[in-house]
Write a protein that binds this ligand. Sequence first.
Ligand code: AMP
Ligand code: GLY
Length: 459
Amino acid sequence: MTQSRRVLVIGSGGREHAIAWKLVRDGAEVLVAPGNAGTAAIAENVPLTGDDIPALVALAQSRAIDLTVVGPEAPLVAGIVDVFTAAGLRIFGPTAKAAQLEGSKLFCKQILHRGDVPTAMFEEFRSIARAREYLLAREDVPVVVKADGLAAGKGVFVCKDRSAAVAALDTLSSDPQFATATTGILIEERLDGIEVSVMAITDGRTIITLPPLQDHKAAYDGDEGPNTGGMGAYCPTPFVDSELLTEIESRILVPTVHALRRAKVPFQGVLYAGLMLTAQGPKVLEFNARFGDPECQSLLVRLESSLLELFDAATDRRLDSVEPPVWCAGASATVVMAAEGYPGPIEKGRPIRGLLAAAGVAGVQVFHAATRSVAGTVVSDGGRVLAVTALGDSLAKAKLQAYAGVREIRWQGAWCRKDISDKALAFEWAAAADAFDPDGVPDSIATDAGGDTMLGVGQ
Ligand code: AMP
Ligand code: GLY
């Protein structure tokens, strides 16, 4: 009998649960650091976090880990890949320099410029005062104000006019959480259109483009409310057909990978393009240096071939030798169940009921996003608590099954968006009539999400 491969996954969210789940299906023995109650059920949790890089190196050495996979961006930006590689350990993900594609919006823009990749026009400023002067001196148009560095998704302000943009600068200058992210400020043209996510696995030369998805970043139904890490996703999105995906690959992903290589920062790992489909074609809003969460969950339930093989081939710089991945037909949908108050302050430690019943719903996988076990009971441990994911032979069925799973689960204050994938369903249904209106999802399609067991939806 061949020995199973031992893989370490770093992170504790729904994305990492999905990665661990798929690697276990691929036959790997999986450790997760630190993991959550969901990963504990399928793998071995190790109580180390991504910022403790020396301890993770020691773990990889002492447990003879032959591949480490990094979920979140912070350890990548902090240089975990560089440290593991220097210690002779195999690790999947970009180096600290390459992860600047996500860690620094200015670096990202420079690479986009080098690669002649379409993106929003922008100006950069080294001080908030200069940015304010610029805003006051120019025409009053919608803009997006961005802090350069990582700010947990909070450093971006989409502003309808000048006064909103000036207010955004005031927030950036006064709130200490942005102190390290505001060494640079970008003021960007606001793009209009439909937002989609396209991810690719790359070894720095070859890329494998993955099926397109759509995230739901706003907290509440109808894209209302504050920005979040993502309240749901589905895959594939009909807004990107195969022709557009080929265009995105050739005009955006490939030139970005080449521009990085030419800049002597080859990128190995997951390249995530957040795109706006504008009237002038797809344009880059941002790049991430890792799988999206919850996009990863919707993606991996559809992957029939080996994820481990893709990670191995990218890590060993031989992606050109692997067979293209195989995706199951149909579609998937992921509904994030969140704690009361998210994305603001939340209470942790609420006992969760119904997980087994949800897992019994046809096609459903419940990925844990922030949970832990207390004396045998699974309790909530963060803002985005669960990512209930379902496969269906159509998107409508995947959505129905995901919400059937959601309906089985209860905890005090639990809530979710009820309209995950509705834009796509409206688009599919209106396609024949050529009458799609992205802001006008008909009530008949914004279906019975069945969220009446949940409190506070759309508060
Ligand atoms: P980012 O972190 O750069 O992806 O920005 C977060 C979110 O802000 C994106 O997902 C978009 O919804 C929005 N956004 C960012 N840049 C722009 C832009 N130039 N035009 C319109 N919306 C934007
Ligand atoms: N869901 C968006 C992200 O992972 O950045």
